[in-house]
Design a protein around this ligand. Structure first.
Ligand SMILES: Nc1ncnc2c1ncn2[C@@H]1O[C@H](COP(=O)(O)OP(=O)(O)OP(=O)(O)O)[C@@H](O)[C@H]1O
Ligand SMILES: [Mg+2]
Length: 205
């Protein structure tokens, strides 16, 4: 079982959008998927309701012992994706999810304010010390990237120079994603590319 958690310090950074699109991308390539909504705001669950149900398991687990419950919920799944609430308001749930994950994915827009937030997030994870799963990974997903603008490549350079593990795939800022809440995600999106990258990385390890 491969466990992914979308985590951020602040709300509104594309965690839910990414979790749902990536879950569909894995599902469509034949993997058994579990989507755990750890956010008390329940956006992923709400999305599923509005879409008439997702074609994979989804449950609300907004609990401080998420790390003990998520594997039970997802028993038999190939991949589990956690939509995790912002650390600043829901520290105990977020930390529980961060220790559970094999891969922590931090969605970041290429803007100064979001880039500045990287250090406190990494400090938070470093502060968890030996609670973190051995061999687990923390990586950055550049998202809401304006195609053709310099900010995307520039943010990638800055983050790479600061030694962050930046995923090769980046997610463009597009209406396709902004308007997708409550609907079934399209095929052949940047999230399919992300799914491929994450699975290839797993096989390399
Ligand atoms: N790639 C994208 N392009 C354009 N808009 C996007 C993209 N990804 C997310 N959004 C929009 O950004 C907003 C925040 O996204 P989302 O709800 O996924 O973030 P979140 O981190 O889960 O927020 P919250 O902390 O409130 O749960 C939403 O309006 C969403 O539609
Ligand atoms: Mg959300």
């Amino acid at each position: 079982m491969l466990r992914f958690a979308f985590v951020q310090l602040k709300p509104g950074t594309g965690k839910t959008t990414s979790a749902v699109w990536l879950a569909y991308a894995f599902h469509r390539r034949g993997l058994t998927v579990g989507l755990a909504d750890a956010d008390p705001g329940k956006s992923a669950l709400e999305w599923s309701d509005q879409a008439g149900g997702f074609p994979f398991k989804v449950a609300g687990l907004p609990m401080k012992d998420f790390h003990r419950r998520a594997d039970d919920f997802a028993a038999g799944a190939d991949v589990v994706i956690g939509d995790i609430p912002q650390i600043e308001d829901h520290g105990p749930i977020a930390r529980s999810a961060m220790r559970w994950a094999d891969v922590r994915i931090i969605p970041v827009a290429p803007t100064p304010i979001e880039l500045d937030r990287m250090a406190p997030i990494i400090d938070e994870i470093d502060g968890m010390d030996d609670m973190i799963r051995p061999g687990s990974r923390t990586c950055v997903l550049l998202n809401r990237v304006v195609t053709g603008a310099a900010s995307g490549p520039s943010a990638r350079r800055v983050l790479t120079r600061r030694k962050y593990d930046v995923l090769t795939t980046s997610i463009p800022r597009r209406e396709l994603y902004a308007q997708s809440f409550g609907a079934e995600p399209d095929t052949n999106s940047a999230y399919d590319q992300l799914a491929t990258e994450l699975l290839e990385e797993k096989n390399r390890r």
